[in-house]
Each structure stands twice: as structure tokens, then as C-alpha cells.
Write a protein that binds this ligand. Structure first.
Ligand code: OGA
Ligand code: MN
Length: 289
């Protein structure tokens, strides 16, 4: 609901993790069924803090899927490799090769700044990532606040950008980030879509940049000129002053708001020596406006 003030009687404790965004949630068990009040409180807290770190969770995949389903529709990954999983809506995010050995290559696309599934007509509202196995140190995730970055732009610049639409494409994203290229089937499943460059948040009504690695070009502009604008905006919006870095603890489940953030995995551990496994669920969102 636009401009709704979060209630202060949330059924959990909350402590901010940085002056910019992100908060730790304690006294909350995501593995037991939650009522509507708890669900609405989580959504309000997410609107305010953008990243929620639910501490001390113990979540089997089915429980994570059930919790996530309370927030809306789950969708399978466009990458069909994941569809055979025991709980198909729970995707492993890991650095394992076919033999289960740590390796560079798998999920490498996550190391570029992006917002989940922006190549879809209805991109993700929220992503939930639960730590299963963490490396001894590092393996962080960074979040950049696209609403804070937008707010920091000069008024004249905001006006210039107001009506621009951006083409997002899974195929183009895979070309840019060094992953294996999209298959013909994936390209059919996820043809290019356009979204506004300046997105109005579906719940808080705040405006933010809606950009990242899944973008291809600016609709109606020469490709080079559009790519240059997108790069300029991403460089601006991912400066340290707009970024929160999450250092994972065992038992963390992180929920983030894809409408107002970019995120990326950080390459600050020995990917070929240590295993990093997180279980991921995604709530489908609305058409960006
Ligand atoms: C994701 C993602 C980042 C990470 O799961 O969508 O981008 O740190 N993960 O693994
Ligand atoms: Mn992601």
C-alpha cells in the first residue's frame, strides 16, 4: 500500500545492520507456518529495510518453499537444469561441478550486479536465500540501494531519465556475464522484455533505478548509446555509499527486495577450494511501472 507507515508492533525483534539499509530479524521461526500478521509485518519491514536477515533458521527445502509461498507465487528458474530437484521451486546456488567439487563456473552470473529475473514480464518481488554450507570466510553478498542512488541524482537528470524504457534480456545477460550462453529453449522461454528505467515501488511508492546485468539496451536508442547510459548509471548507483555487504552467518536466511536493489555475489573466497551452498526461492512480483 503506497505510503503506509510500518507498524512498530512487529512479532519479531529487528536491528538495523547499516545506516543505509538491511536489518537482522531475531525471535522469528520461518520453519513453522506464519499467520497473516507475521507475513504483513515481514513485508512492511522489507519495504523499510530492503534486506532482512532472518537469523538462526533451520530450514529444510520444503519448509523454505512453504514459507516463501506465503508471500505469493513461486516460479521455476528459466534455467531448466533446476527443474528436476526434489522441491523444484528451491534452486541450489552453489559452486559445485558435476562431481560435487568446488569449482569456478557455476552460477558465475551472480557475480555481476543484477536484480532477479528482470528479463521476465513480471520480475521477482523478493528472493530468499538460506545458507546451507558457507566457506570458512568470505562468500559475501552485496546489495546496492537503487532508491538511494536515484534520490542522489540531480533533479535535471531525474527529469531527463523519466520516460526512458529499457530492454532486458536473458540471452544478452548471459553474453555479458561470462556464463554458458542461453540455449534456444531458454531464449524461447524468456524473450526480451521492456521495463521503465525509473521504477515506482509497488508497495512503498518510492522511485528507484531499475537496471543491472540483465539489461540489454535503451528502447529506441542506438545500442551503443544505450549501453553507455546503463553503464554510467550502474557505476554511479553501485558506489560504496549505496552498498551494504552481507557477511553470512550459519543459520541466516536473507530476504531481499528486488524492486529497489541490485545485488551480486562477491568473489572473496577461494572458489576452487571451499564449498558454498545456499538454497534459493523466489516470489514472483508485478509488472514494473
Ligand atoms: C541469487 C544471487 C548471490 C549470492 O541467488 O539470486 O544473486 O551471493 N545470489 O549467491
Ligand atoms: Mn540474483
Amino acid at each position: 500500500m503506497a505510503n503506509r507507515q510500518p507498524a512498530e508492533d512487529w512479532p519479531f525483534e529487528i536491528s538495523p545492520l547499516s545506516p543505509l539499509m538491511a536489518a537482522a530479524v531475531t525471535g522469528f521461526d520461518a520453519a513453522t507456518p506464519i499467520d497473516d500478521f507475521a507475513r504483513d509485518s515481514i513485508l512492511e519491514a522489507l519495504g523499510r529495510f530492503k534486506v532482512l536477515v532472518l537469523r538462526n533458521q533451520d530450514l529444510a527445502p520444503a519448509a523454505q518453499a512453504a514459507f516463501t509461498r506465503r508471500f505469493g507465487e513461486l516460479e521455476p528458474h528459466v534455467n531448466r537444469e533446476f527443474r528436476g530437484n526434489a522441491v523444484p521451486e528451491v534452486h541450489p546456488v552453489n559452486n559445485l561441478d558435476e562431481d560435487g567439487k568446488p569449482a569456478r563456473g557455476r552460477n558465475i552470473g551472480n557475480y555481476s550486479w543484477h536484480t532477479d529475473k528482470s528479463y521476465m514480464p513480471r520480475p521477482s518481488l523478493a528472493t530468499m536465500l538460506y545458507a546451507v554450507t558457507l566457506p570458512p570466510a568470505g562468500g559475501d553478498t552485496e546489495f546496492a540501494d537503487m532508491q538511494a542512488a536515484y534520490a542522489a541524482l540531480p533533479e535535471r537528470r531525474k527529469t531527463e531519465l523519466a520516460d526512458i524504457r529499457i530492454v532486458h534480456s536473458w540471452e544478452r545477460s548471459r553474453q555479458k556475464n561470462g556464463s554458458r550462453l542461453a540455449t534456444a529453449q531458454e531464449i524461447l522461454d524468456a524473450p526480451p522484455v521492456t521495463h521503465p528505467l525509473i521504477r515506482t515501488h509497488p508497495m512503498t511508492g518510492l522511485k528507484g533505478l531499475y537496471i543491472g546485468n540483465h539489461t540489454s539496451h535503451v528502447e529506441g536508442w542506438p545500442v551503443d548509446k544505450g549501453e553507455a547510459l546503463l553503464q554510467e548509471l550502474e557505476d554511479f548507483a553501485t558506489q560504496d555509499r549505496f552498498v551494504y555487504r552481507h557477511r553470512w552467518q550459519s543459520g541466516d536466511m536473507v530476504i531481499w527486495d528486488n524492486c529497489s536493489l541490485l545485488h551480486r555475489a562477491v568473489d572473496n573466497y577461494d572458489i576452487e577450494a571451499h564449498i558454498r551452498i545456499l538454497n534459493r526461492t523466489v516470489v514472483r512480483g508485478s509488472v514494473p511501472i
